[in-house]
Design a protein around this ligand. Sequence first.
Ligand SMILES: Nc1ncnc2c1ncn2[C@@H]1O[C@H](COP(=O)(O)OP(=O)(O)O)[C@@H](O)[C@H]1O
Ligand SMILES: [Mg+2]
Length: 234
Amino acid sequence: MLLEARNLTVSFGAVRALDGIDFTVEAGEIVALVGPNGAGKSTALKAVFGLVEPDGGEVTFNGETINGLRPDERVTKGIALVPEGRQLFPSMTVTENLEMGAFTCDWQNRNRDMEQVLELLPALRERRKLKAGVLSTGEQQLLAFGRALMQKPKLLLADEPTLGLSPSYMDIIFDTILEINRQGTGILLVEQNATQALEIAHRGYVLRLGSVFAKGTGMDLLENEALKRAFIDD
Ligand SMILES: Nc1ncnc2c1ncn2[C@@H]1O[C@H](COP(=O)(O)OP(=O)(O)O)[C@@H](O)[C@H]1O
Ligand SMILES: [Mg+2]
C-alpha cells in the first residue's frame, strides 16, 4: 500500500469539508477522486500533501504515518503535487521552473533528471528557453507535471489538471498521466472530467458533500448510476 487515508476529517470553521473518508492508492495504481464542485476533492489532496491540517484521521505513506509533516517533508518522502491552476513562475523560463522542482530534492543531479523529464515531455524541450508565462495553457500544464516529476515522486497528486484545456490537450494530459504511471509512479487524480478520469483510472472514489458516495474500479463506476446521482442536487 502506497497511500492510505483513514477516517480523514477536515473542517474550515463551521464547514465540514471532509467527513471521515477512507481511500487508498496502491503502488502502480491510478486512483481518481471525482465528484461535484465542493465535494471535498481538493481538500483531500491538500490533506495528503500537508497543506491543510485534518482535525481527525490518519494518513500513512508506505506504511508510515505522515500526519503533522510539512509539505516539503512529504516531498522528501516521495509525494509530489501538481497544484490546481499550475502555480508556475511565469517570468521564469521552462528550464528554471523545472529546476525549482529539483531545488528541494536532488539539486546535484538536476541536469540528468531534467533530461529524463524532457524525454517524457518532448513538447517542453523546444520551449525550454521561453518564459513559462508565454506558453499555452496546455503547455503550462505539462510544465507543472514536469516540475513535479523533477522530484522523482513515488506518488503524484494532481488537482484538476485538464480544467480549462482544449479537448485535444485534455487527451495529451491524460496520455501523459498514463505514461507517468507506466513508468512506475502511483497517481491520485482529482478531476471534474469524471468520465475521462475514470476511463484511465484503475479505481475511483465518487465524493459528495465530504463523504465517499461510491467507489469501485473505473469501469464499474462508469456504468454505475451512483456516479450520475452524485452530480444531481437533491
Ligand atoms: N480554505 C477554505 N476555507 C473555507 N472553506 C473551504 C476552504 N477550502 C474549501 N472549503 C470548503 O470545503 C468544501 C470542499 O471544498 P473543496 O475541497 O475545494 O471541494 P472540491 O475540490 O471537490 O470542489 C466546500 O464547501 C468549500 O467551500
Ligand atoms: Mg477542487
